[in-house]
Structures are given as structure tokens and as C-alpha cells.
Design a protein around this ligand. Structure first.
Ligand code: NAD
Ligand code: MG
Length: 364
């Protein structure tokens, strides 16, 4: 069943697709080259393969991911070889290295083949300009790869996005939906969007709210308490540790679910003071951040930053690592058993994985 819930006038359609909307014949006899075997790559490759789709993983000779893919029972080739035999090329290397990988494989894209993405950055900001006779689609699970894999194994789904940028064959959308089915996304629901909407909302969300906004709020709350003479430990628990409990409540029941669960004092205080903290000025800043995403200023800045060898990024990372809250947090988390359990259970990135993700490894 397809839900059409486009009752907004924002120009973006909202259509949700489920299993029964997908026609697997659009992918079942095709070969998919999954380029990259990181967070998304390993999940797409294994899910597709278990769904009966022919998969070849494209990795450079000597890539440390080759062993992992082979150990998982998958066929491995170079990106060029994989793309050459594939009907669908799924671009799952880091966004910053995709333009180079695309240039290496572009000759292998035949008319009617599909170039597929899990994020729209390089298409939307013209860092990749595909040939006109190929389909260009996006199937983007709204979740880290290890959950895409874990949910599939548990017969559950992972919500995802579907977008078509270029439909040369006439079947781009049907094929994308079939791919979403094969990796388990239509079990949970696939929202139809555009490359522009996905890219701009993704960048805005991570900058203004999810990654940037939240960390700034936490650091400033911590600094305010510590500078006023409260203990670092109390400040850490109050503004960082408890954040998870609040976010879990919002995730389960929306803002209302959270307000229902906290005390009346917390609810009144939060309602009356929240907008004083994140006020009209913060809102104006958000609008500027969104504008920089929309007009390409942020994209140009990030591309130039990479071309220059990431000088500001490296400096900012170091400053963040050296913030006092990281210091006290590390000590406190090591004191609690739950800290250790969670650290060993979660698939948090090791330095090595992180280097791979950023494309900084020499051996890839
Ligand atoms: P990743 O960093 O986890 O994996 C990268 C893979 O590419 C690794 O297998 C690595 O070995 C390989 N690789 C690195 N450099 C390479 C190079 N120079 N040449 C060839 N291969 C190279 O990547 P990811 O996070 O899975 O991201 C892949 C795509 O999925 C991106 O477009 C990203 O925006 C998108 N995406 C990611 C997530 C997520 O949760 N990680 C969620 C949705 C969409
Ligand atoms: Mg995101």
C-alpha cells in the first residue's frame, strides 16, 4: 500500500512505500556492484546477497576491507571490474572519495545501467556528473549500516529514502524500490524524496540540531555550571549523561511522551525557559546555516577544506577532544560497569575504521 500524505504546500511530496509496492523482478536477475565495504556497504551487500541478488563487492587491491567481505562469503573484485559486470553500481565509499571512484568506473557504466547513492551530496552539488544514458537513484537507509544489517537478520526493516535524479531507462523508480525491498527498507517504510531535499535536510539537521547544535548546547551547559562552581562530575551527569534518557523518551513518544514522563517542575521550567536559551537569535542562525546549505556555500567550503588536507577540521577535532567534558566523561564512564558494557557492545568506530571512512588510509 502506498500512503500519499502530501498535505503540505512545501513543494516536496511525501509518499511512503511498503513491501507490497515493490516489484522484485526489477532487481532479481541483475548484478549489483557494491563499491565500498564500510558502514552501509557491508549491510547492502549482505542483505542483497541473502535476498538472492547477485552481488560483487568493489574494493581496491590491498584494501583492508577485502578480507572482511570475503569472510562474509561475498565475491570481491576491483571497483572497475565490479562496475564492469554490474547493472547497478552502488556508490558506498565515503562521500569525499566518491568523485575519484566515479571517474575510475564511469567508462564501465553502460546505457541503461544504474548509478546509485545512499546520500545526495555529490550529485546535488555537481561533484559527480553522470552520463545522460544511465539511471541515477538514491536508496538511503535512515540508519547506520550495522542496524540495517541487524534489522534485516531479525526480519525487521529499516526506514529508508528513495529518490530518482535521472530516469534514462524508464524503470529507475521501480528498480530503486526493488533494491530498497532487497535490503529490507520497504519492511519498515520507504519515503520518496529528491536528491535536493535529502541532501539539504541531512546537512542542515546534522549541523543545526543533531551533531552541531546538541554538542554546543551540552558544552555551554557544562561550562556554565562548572564556571559557577559546581562539580565537573555533577555537570557532566546533568547535561550529557541524562540527555540520552530524554532523547529516548522523545524517540518513543515525541515531545509529549517526554513531557509526560518528567516532573511537573521539569515540564514547567523547561517550557518557560527553553525558548529563552534557544531563542530568536538561534533561529536566525539556523536560517543562515540553512541558506549556506542551500546556496552551496557549505559544500564549497567542505570541498576546499578536503582539497587543502583538512587543516581547520583537524584543529577543530583536536579542540573538541581536549574539552574538559571529554576528560571528566572518560573518567566517569570507566567507573561504571554500564559504561564498559555499552562500549564493548556498541559498534563505535575504532581509529582504523574512522581513517578508512574518511578515505585517509594509504592502503585503500
Ligand atoms: P564508510 O566510511 O563506513 O565505508 C567506506 C568504505 O569505502 C570502506 O569499505 C573503505 O574501505 C572504502 N574506501 C575508503 N576509501 C576508499 C577509496 N579511496 N577507494 C575505494 N574504497 C574506499 O562509509 P559509509 O558511512 O557507509 O558511507 C557510504 C555512503 O553512505 C555515503 O554516501 C554516506 O553519506 C552514506 N550514508 C551513510 C550512513 C551511515 O550511517 N554511515 C547512513 C546513510 C547514508
Ligand atoms: Mg545524516
Amino acid at each position: 500500500m502506498t500512503d500519499d500524505t502530501d498535505d503540505t504546500d512545501d513543494g516536496f511530496d511525501t509518499t511512503v512505500h511498503y513491501d507490497e509496492d515493490a516489484d522484485r523482478s526489477y532487481i532479481d536477475d541483475k548484478t549489483v556492484a557494491v563499491l565500498g565495504y564500510g558502514s552501509q556497504g557491508h549491510a547492502h551487500a549482505q542483505n542483497l546477497s541473502e535476498s538472492g541478488v547477485d552481488v560483487v563487492v568493489g574494493l581496491r587491491e590491498g584494501s583492508s576491507s577485502r578480507d572482511a567481505a570475503e569472510a562474509d562469503g561475498l565475491r570481491v573484485a576491483t571497483p572497475v571490474e565490479a562496475a564492469s559486470e554490474a547493472d547497478i553500481v552502488s556508490m558506498l565509499v565515503p562521500d569525499t572519495v566518491q568523485p575519484d571512484v566515479f571517474e575510475a568506473v564511469r567508462e564501465e557504466l553502460d546505457a541503461g545501467d544504474t548509478l546509485q547513492f545512499a546520500h545526495g551530496f555529490n550529485i546535488h552539488y555537481n561533484q559527480i556528473r553522470p552520463p545522460e544514458d544511465v539511471d541515477v537513484t538514491m536508496v538511503a537507509p535512515k540508519s547506520p549500516g550495522h542496524l540495517v544489517r541487524r534489522n534485516y537478520e531479525a526480519d525487521q526493516g529499516t526506514p529508508g529514502l528513495l529518490a530518482v535524479y535521472q530516469d534514462a531507462s524508464g524503470d529507475a523508480r521501480e528498480e530503486g524500490l526493488a533494491y530498497a525491498h532487497a535490503i529490507g527498507c520497504t519492511r519498515a517504510g520507504v519515503i520518496e524524496t529528491t536528491f535536493r531535499e535529502e541532501t539539504e535536510t541531512d546537512l542542515f539537521g546534522e549541523q543545526a540540531v543533531l551533531c552541531g547544535g546538541v554538542t554546543s548546547l551540552v558544552k555551554q551547559g557544562y561550562e556554565t555550571l562548572v564556571e559557577a562552581g559546581y562539580s565537573r562530575e555533577m555537570a557532566y551527569f546533568e547535561v550529557l549523561n541524562e540527555l540520552k534518557l530524554i532523547v529516548d523518551l522523545m524517540y518513543e513518544g515525541g515531545l509529549g511522551g517526554m513531557w509526560d514522563s518528567v516532573s511537573d517542575t521539569a515540564e514547567y521550567g523547561g517550557l518557560v525557559r527553553g525558548d529563552e536559551i534557544v531563542d530568536e537569535h538561534a533561529r536566525e542562525n539556523m536560517e543562515e546555516v540553512l541558506e549556506a546549505v542551500q546556496n552551496g556555500t557549505f559544500a564549497r567550503e567542505w570541498i576546499a577544506e578536503n582539497q587543502a588536507g583538512r587543516p581547520s577540521y583537524t584543529q577543530l577535532r583536536t579542540a573538541e577532544k581536549n574539552h574538559d567534558i571529554e576528560d571528566v566523561g572518560e573518567d566517569l564512564r570507566s567507573l561504571f560497569a554500564w559504561g564498559e558494557d555499552e562500549a564493548s557492545e556498541s559498534e563505535s568506530e575504532s581509529d582504523e575504521e574512522e581513517q578508512e571512512r574518511t578515505g585517509m588510509r594509504a592502503d585503500d
